[in-house]
Design a binder for this molecule. Structure first.
Ligand code: NAP
Ligand code: GLV
Length: 309
């Protein structure tokens, strides 16, 4: 009984993951969709952005494991039977890379490094002053948001996290509820979105949210594109709230070539690379979850389907 990898468009990752899994267990059966001789032998599926319905052909499926932190591609697939456990994969590498991205972008903007680069292009010697620290509001205090909050706190910034339950790293302030969020927005130099995409978080960053942001502030969206109402962003940038938007995720990916974000002077676009799953790094956790599925044991990093993350 083995594992199927269903990751359309990610052939290299799929091949590397299969090699890494079989290096850990040479007897393990691993197939890459669509090459599956006997669908009845599939117990676990590792997926990334598979098409809904693709997992319906495995009658003995017990585990559907996201090849990453987000699980909306699995939760949005109504064909996955209720008895199949949905889990996700978040290893230390994914956390470290996200922390680097968030900290790097926050520092880049607090210190005005983009301005320094522009000054060099005009041979201008401009010693720019910068604020001693920033107030950073992080939406989401989970594996990634919590780690980013800790790192920024240790660098001396004043960090607040917004979560559902009030969870927060030690020494980091925490707020809960929409009212508290709206109250916190005008004081934040940077707002970082690291939420999962659920019914409650979709379209959270809309015109009324943006209008509450501090003039001159930074918006950093590394959660999912649909957290932001994209059509509300350009008028908000025109009003200076926020001054800059750093966007790693978009409602349509790849971002279409004619999208106005590409050429906007105050939008920084990256192609969903804030943090990438490393196949060799996650193989051990995936194998362990597969073995739990075979043994009928609870999976690690299982998703609460009702909560949506
Ligand atoms: P996680 O551990 O599940 O944490 C989610 C956090 O969001 C928790 O703190 C949770 O609150 C909070 N939350 C959920 N719904 C909320 C709501 N309605 N109101 C307030 N807070 C809410 O998730 P994670 O591993 O940190 O990952 C977060 C997301 O990052 C992923 O889902 C994915 O979309 C995104 N991501 C992006 C990239 C990239 O490259 N751009 C890479 C990896 C992941 P509680 O603590 O109270 O439960
Ligand atoms: C990437 O976006 C992930 O969810 O791991």
């Amino acid at each position: 009984m083995g594992i199927v990898i269903v990751m359309p468009g990610r052939d290299e990752d799929a091949a590397r993951l299969r090699v890494a899994l079989q290096r850990l267990d040479s007897d393990l059966e691993v197939w890459i969709q669509p090459d599956i001789p006997d669908p009845g032998r599939v117990v676990s599926a590792v997926t990334w952005k598979h098409s809904p319905g693709e997992l319906g052909r495995f009658p003995n499926l017990r585990a559907a494991i996201s090849y990453g932190a987000g699980v909306e591609h699995l939760l949005d697939d109504p064909s996955i039977p209720a008895g199949v456990t949905i889990a996700r994969t978040v290893d230390e590498g994914l956390i470290r890379d996200m922390v680097e991205f968030v900290v790097g972008r926050v520092i880049e903007h607090r210190r005005g490094f983009r301005g320094v680069a522009a000054d060099q292009r005009t041979s201008s010697w401009v010693p720019r002053r910068y604020p001693p620290h920033w107030d950073v509001l992080i939406l989401g205090a989970g594996r990634l948001g919590g780690a980013a909050a800790e790192a920024l706190h240790h660098l001396g910034h004043r960090v607040t996290v917004w979560s559902r339950s009030g969870r927060a790293p030690v020494h980091v302030s925490s707020i809960v509820g929409r009212e508290a969020l709206l109250e916190a927005l005008p004081g934040a130099d940077a707002v970082v979105c690291l939420l999962p995409l659920t019914g409650a978080t979709r379209d959270l960053i809309d015109a009324s949210f943006l209008a509450r942001m501090k003039p001159g502030s930074l918006l950093l969206n590394v959660g999912r594109g649909a957290h932001l109402v994209e059509s509300d962003l350009l008028p908000a940038l025109d009003s200076g709230r926020p001054a800059v938007a750093v966007l790693d995720v978009f409602t349509t990916e790849p971002l279409p070539p004619d999208h106005p974000f590409w050429g906007h002077p105050r939008v920084v676009v990256s192609p969903h690379v804030a943090s990438l799953t490393d196949p060799e790094g996650v193989a051990g956790a995936i194998l362990a979850n597969h073995r739990r599925a075979v043994a009928g044991e609870p999976l690690c990093d299982a998703v609460d389907v009702d909560r949506g993350y």
